[in-house]
Structures are given as C-alpha cells and as structure tokens.
Design a protein around this ligand. Structure first.
Ligand SMILES: C[S@@+](CC[C@H](N)C(=O)[O-])C[C@H]1O[C@@H](n2cnc3c(N)ncnc32)[C@H](O)[C@@H]1O
Length: 274
C-alpha cells in the first residue's frame, strides 16, 4: 500500500509562517513607546490593537511591563483562536489576564479607552472611500484616551505600483526555512484599488500560494494625514527609518517632513489626540 507523504506546504501552519515573515511585535511595541514619548514625554500603559489578527503585538505589549493592558479587536474568529492557542498560551496567567479580545468590527466604540491605538500592516486600507476611512478614524479617536497616539504603517514607492512585482525573502530557520513572497497582484490607477498576496515556498518545492490575499485601496501619506485632520486629530507625524552610509536600515525611526523617493518604502504615521 502506498504511504501518502505530506508536502512541507501541507504540513505548514500559514499563521506561523506569517508571523515569522511579516511581524516584529517587539519592535512595534518599542516604536509605540517612542511615538507616545515624543509627544507626551511619558509612558503609555493601555494599547488597543485594531485589526489585531493573531494579536502578537498585544502579547508583546503586556509581556514588556506588568502595568500594561491590551485590547485586541478583529472580525475573524479563526485568526483570533489561533492567537489564543499560540500567542496567548505562551504568556503566564497574570499576563494573560491583561489581554482582552473582542471579535467585532474595529469601528465599534469600547471602554476603557487606550493610550496607544495601533492599526498595523496597512489594515485600514480595507476601507476604500474617504467617507469610510474618516468614519473609522473618528471611531478610533473616540476609542483613545484624551492624551493618545494612533499608529499606522504605510507603504509606497514606484515598485509598489508595478503589477506582478514580487518581493522575495528567505526566512532563515534551519531545516524549517522557507521563502516568503509579497506579490503586487494588481493596481488600478483610476481608483487606486490594489490587490496583494503573501505566498510561501518550502524546501521540498511545495508552496502555500496566495495564503493571504488583500484587496485594498492604495492610500497615500498626504491623503491619510488630511483624513486624520478631518477626523479631529490635533496633529500627525510621519516617521521613516534612518539608513547608515551603506544604505542599511539602522533601526532608528525619526519624524520627517521630507523624504527621498525610494522605489519601495515603509513609514509610520502617528496621529495625536490631545
Ligand atoms: C492585514 S491583517 C493584519 C493582521 C495584524 N494586524 C498584523 O499586523 O499582522 C488584517 C486583519 O484585519 C481583520 N479585519 C478586516 N476588516 C476588519 C474590520 N472591519 N474590523 C475588524 N477586523 C477586521 C482581518 O480579519 C485580519 O485579521
């Protein structure tokens, strides 16, 4: 009798691959601290992570200080459950008690409000019209404390508009190493509808093709800052990562009013409520 042997792709956990490839929760937490400190010269304690997915960031947040609380909000029960089984389960009992999860739309209002509201990995791009984004930003504003920062990441640059463009990276984890592909599937210059996908390829050649797909509006920095102002935020700032003389990223993020037009860039937008 033939023994069926599963491929590495069949055995893989797509959420684990995603976390290893896409996320750096400890770095996000450090950046939230910096963004809050830059405005209020103080430490933030409560985090609301909108579009939290597997809420790895919430878990890093509470693990970094016993004074911290986190609220994760996401619509998808499967993703939240993976986070409970894999990320929350790694925290001790006391840390777990400081993480609260809500399976709901991010536009709902909740209490208590947060010092830092994060919406990471371009997630608000799911809202494709100005009206929808401003409504979300207004809800986010109400979900924040009187002194608070909202942190979002943004991407841009010419390469991000090229249909079929693929960014490939090797995720080095020994025998379990795999490759990560970020694919620009389509871009419509008329309305800036843009589709992206994440795929993974394993050592035996098997693939998890388009394990995650995103159908977004490709928003630009000035549009987002104008919408934040319309939603009531007092100010907003754009942070880029500094590079050394060889063009390597340094891990240091600073506010910029002017930035070189790189073929592909990532930035943070920090909106301030005060
Ligand atoms: C691009 S993933 C980002 C996951 C995570 N924040 C990260 O940084 O990797 C987008 C997430 O947003 C969730 N989502 C999409 N629309 C939503 C909405 N209106 N309210 C709450 N969650 C939503 C999806 O279920 C998905 O988990």
């Amino acid at each position: 009798m033939a023994i069926s042997k599963k491929t590495l792709a069949e055995k893989a956990d797509k959420f684990l691959c995603y976390q290893k490839s896409v996320q750096s929760p400890d770095h996000e937490v450090e950046f939230f601290e910096q963004a809050y400190r830059d405005v209020f010269k103080n430490k933030p304690y409560s985090l609301r992570e909108d579009f939290c997915g597997t809420f790895a960031v919430c878990c890093s947040w509470v693990a970094a200080s016993p004074k911290r609380t986190a609220l994760g909000v996401d619509l998808c029960p499967e993703t939240l459950q993976w986070g409970r089984d894999n990320n929350l389960a790694r925290l001790d009992d006391e840390q777990q008690k400081r993480v609260r999860l809500l399976e709901q739309d991010v536009r709902k209002l909740n209490r208590p409000r947060a010092d830092v509201l994060a919406a990471q990995n371009f997630s608000f791009w799911i809202f494709k019209t100005r009206t929808e984004v401003v409504a979300y930003f207004k809800a986010a504003y109400k979900n924040m404390n009187d002194k608070g920062v909202m942190v979002m990441d943004m991407m841009g640059g010419g390469d991000c508009l090229i249909e079929g463009h693929v960014d490939k990276r090797k995720i080095k984890k020994g025998k379990r190493g795999f490759k990560y592909y970020w694919e620009q599937i389509s871009h419509n210059p008329v309305n800036h509808d843009a589709s992206f996908a994440i795929s993974f390829k394993f050592k035996d050649g098997s693939k998890l093709k388009r394990a995650f797909e995103y159908h977004w509006r490709f928003w630009t920095l000035p549009e987002v800052r104008e919408m934040l102002e319309e939603a009531g935020f007092a100010e907003s700032h754009v942070y880029f990562e500094e590079e050394d003389e060889d063009g390597e990223d340094t891990g240091e993020w600073n506010r910029r009013d002017v930035s070189p037009s790189a073929p592909c860039w990532i930035a943070y937008v920090v909106a301030v409520k005060k």
